[in-house]
Design a protein around this ligand. Structure first.
Ligand code: NAI
Length: 303
């Protein structure tokens, strides 16, 4: 079965190059009308260019429909304007891929607080702003598909990327609340953790691997996650043909009687507290309290 995006309007932020461009081209090829957003700056977020326009030209040359948008995702009013223009031209906004991003890598010891702030602002606040700008429209339409772009750095850590990692895990967190809030209006929200050869990774990948990690290899996961039958609240990893899921899990731990609720009691039980044998994936934050309540009941501490 072909997965089509006919009659869908999609916004892809940071789509002037790299992964975003690949998503925009494929969405348009499959029938979506695409807003190609990109500030067109350099990898560290300085400057701007007409990168978005070039991708729009490519889409149009291939027979697709697209409009360019050169706004920064960090400017909420400009995001609102972007959504208004898409609605005016095409009647709605069904898909948002939050993909724009920059890098300002340095060990935390050497990191300038301003570089911490800007990276969090572009990735996390920028994605929240673009999402907020689309949110009411998606609710009114009773249809929305939103993809956040996280990273293995956010999910698992990476030396020299404290700012980036904090923002990226924040995006997985944003997904986890928005999927709950959007559910009744058929808004599905997922997180993608890509690995791809782009200007962002050109000095990290070994030369041989670079060729195998083309952005096109991430496209199947990204597009499925914003398609009609997408899951919701998934964290998916993709790169070079590898596809997998990541989960935030918790175990059931222990329930300590009052006399053992001391620092020493905690220390004595650490092996059990950290044992992963009964790990599960909570579907919302309330499950943490439910686990505690269930343990209390079992211990006869309530009732
Ligand atoms: P890229 O640098 O080619 O793409 C990022 C795009 O975002 C650029 O075109 C840039 O101009 C645009 N952008 C930056 N700041 C913006 C702003 N304020 N407003 C609008 N657009 C802005 O890099 P790549 O690799 O394609 O990255 C895409 C996304 O994937 C990023 O969020 C990145 O963090 C994420 N990612 C990429 C990985 C990889 O292996 N390439 C790994 C993990 C995550």
């Amino acid at each position: 079965m072909t997965i089509s995006f006919e009659n869908r309007v999609a916004i892809v932020t940071g789509a002037g190059g790299g992964l975003g461009r690949a998503y925009a081209l494929e969405l348009a090829k499959r029938g979506a009308k695409v807003v190609v957003n990109d500030l067109g700056g350099s990898r560290d977020g300085t400057g701007h260019s007409d990168a978005a326009l070039k991708v729009v030209d490519e889409i149009k040359a291939a027979g697709g429909e697209a409009m360019s948008n050169g706004a920064s995702v960090t400017e909420y009013e400009q995001m609102v304007e972007m959504v208004a223009k898409a609605k005016e031209a095409w009647g709605g906004v069904h898909i948002l891929i939050n993909n724009a991003g920059i890098l300002r890598d340095k060990s935390f010891t050497k990191m300038d607080p301003a570089d911490f702030e800007l990276v969090v602002k572009v990735h996390l606040i920028g994605s929240a702003f673009a999402t907020k700008a689309c949110w009411d429209t998606m609710r009114e339409q009773n249809y929305g598909r939103i993809l956040m772009t996280a990273s293995s750095t956010g999910l698992f850590g990476n030396f020299g990327q404290a700012n980036y990692g904090a923002a990226k895990l924040g995006l997985a967190g944003l997904t986890k609340t928005l999927y709950l809030e959007g559910a009744k209006n058929n808004i599905k929200v997922n997180t993608l953790s890509p690995v791809a050869a782009t200007r962002m990774t050109e000095d990290i990948f070994p030369e041989q691997a670079f060729a195998r990690f083309g952005p096109e290899n991430v496209v199947p996961a990204a597009l499925y996650l914003v398609s009609e039958d997408s899951p919701t609240n998934a964290i998916v990893g993709a790169g070079a043909g590898g596809f997998h899921c990541a989960y935030v899990t918790m175990n059931r731990g222990v329930f300590l009687p009052p006399e053992e609720r001391t620092v020493e009691g905690f220390a004595a039980h650490w092996a059990e507290i950290s044992d992963r044998k009964d790990d599960f994936v909570p579907q919302s934050g309330s499950e943490q309290s439910q686990v505690i309540l269930a343990a209390m009941q079992k211990a006869g501490a309530v009732g």
